[in-house]
Design a protein around this ligand. Structure first.
Ligand code: SAM
Length: 286
C-alpha cells in the first residue's frame, strides 16, 4: 500500500549561473531522503557548491525502467525523493516523464519546484512574440527527417523554440531557412546566464550563414527561436484547399475536381473552380 504522504519533488537547477538556484530548491534538495539525478557526479558537484550532502541515485533514459521501481519503492517506504536534471527543469528535453507518470498513477504527491529553463529564458529576452509559442525540443538529427518535420511547422503562427547542439546548429539553421523561409526573423540565444551569453537577431538565411562561417557562434549551448508564420488562418485554409485541388485536378475534369476539393476541405466550390480555370491558363490569382 503506497504511503501517500511521501513526495516526489521535481526540482529545477541553474542552466549556467549558479546564482539562479532558488532558496526553495536548496531547501528541498537538503531535506529529501534521496535525489535522482541524470549525472550523479555533476549533481554532486552542484550540491557540494551549496554545502548539501545527499544520497544520489542515477536516473537517465537508459536505466529509467528499473530506477523508477526503486524510486517508487522508496516513496512507498515514506521517503521523500527529488528529481533533478543536469541543468534546468527536469522532463523538458530531459528524463523524468516515466517517473512522474508512475508516481501520479500510484497516488504520490508530485510537487514542482520551479526555476531555470533555457527555452523560457531565451524566449523572454528574444524580442519575438511570447503570447503564443511552440516548444519543439531537439530537431531530428538527419537533414531529410529534419526537413520533413519542419514542413509541418510552416504555417504555425506561434514563435518556434528549438534546442540544438552547437555542432548541429549550422545544419539545422540551413534547413530551417530552406523550409521556413530565409526571410523569417530568428534569434540565436547562446550560453544563457553564462559569461559568453549572446543573442543574435537576424533573418533565418543570414543566421544560417553566420553560423556556417563563424565557428565561435557554434560553441556552447544554444536555443534557436523562429518567428511564427504571418499567414492568417484564412490564407492557410485556402492554401490547403488549393493543395487538395491541385492533386485532384491532375486526374479529374476541373469541375469535378473543384466540387470534390470543396467537399473534402469545406471550401467554396465556385472559388475553387475559378482557381482551377485560372491555373489552366497558368495563373492562379487567388
Ligand atoms: N531541461 C533543460 C531546460 O530546462 O532547459 C534542457 C535540457 S536539454 C538536454 C539541453 C539543451 O538545452 C541544450 O542543448 C540547449 O539547447 C539548451 N540549453 C541548456 N542550457 C543552455 C544555456 N545556458 N544557453 C542556451 N541553451 C541552453
Amino acid at each position: 500500500m503506497p504511503n501517500n504522504f511521501s513526495i516526489l519533488y521535481i526540482v529545477a537547477t541553474p542552466i549556467g549561473n549558479l546564482e539562479d538556484i532558488t532558496d526553495r530548491a536548496r531547501r528541498v534538495l537538503a531535506q529529501v531522503d534521496l535525489i535522482a539525478a541524470e549525472d550523479t557526479r555533476h549533481t554532486r558537484r552542484l550540491l557540494a557548491h551549496f554545502g548539501i550532502k545527499a544520497k544520489l541515485w542515477s536516473y537517465h533514459d537508459h536505466n529509467e525502467a528499473q530506477v523508477v521501481e526503486h524510486l517508487l519503492a522508496s516513496l512507498s517506504r515514506g521517503r521523500d525523493v527529488a528529481l533533478v536534471s543536469d541543468a534546468g527543469t527536469p522532463l523538458i528535453s530531459d528524463p523524468g516523464f516515466v517517473l512522474v507518470r508512475a508516481a501520479r498513477q500510484r497516488g504520490f504527491q508530485v510537487i514542482p519546484v520551479p526555476g531555470s529553463n533555457a527555452a523560457i529564458c531565451a524566449l523572454s529576452a528574444s524580442g519575438l512574440p511570447c503570447d503564443r509559442f511552440l516548444f519543439l525540443g531537439f530537431p531530428p538529427r538527419t537533414s531529410a527527417r529534419r526537413r520533413a518535420w519542419l514542413t509541418t511547422l510552416i504555417t504555425e503562427p506561434g514563435t518556434l523554440v528549438f534546442y540544438e547542439s552547437g555542432n548541429r546548429a549550422a545544419m539545422s539553421l540551413a534547413d530551417m531557412s530552406a523550409v521556413l523561409g530565409a526571410g523569417r526573423r530568428a534569434v540565436l540565444a547562446r550560453e544563457l546566464t553564462k559569461h559568453f551569453e549572446t543573442f543574435i537577431d537576424a533573418p533565418l538565411g543570414v543566421l544560417a550563414e553566420r553560423l556556417r562561417d563563424d565557428p565561435e557562434q557554434r560553441l556552447g549551448e544554444l536555443v534557436i527561436l523562429v518567428e511564427g508564420s504571418r499567414q492568417t488562418d484564412g490564407t492557410v485554409r485556402e492554401q490547403e484547399e488549393e493543395r487538395v485541388l491541385t492533386i485532384l485536378s491532375d486526374t479529374l475534369p476541373l469541375k469535378q475536381a473543384a466540387a470534390l476539393a470543396a467537399r473534402i476541405t469545406g471550401g467554396n466550390r465556385n472559388r475553387l473552380y475559378r482557381c482551377a480555370l485560372e491555373w489552366r491558363e497558368d495563373h492562379c490569382s487567388e
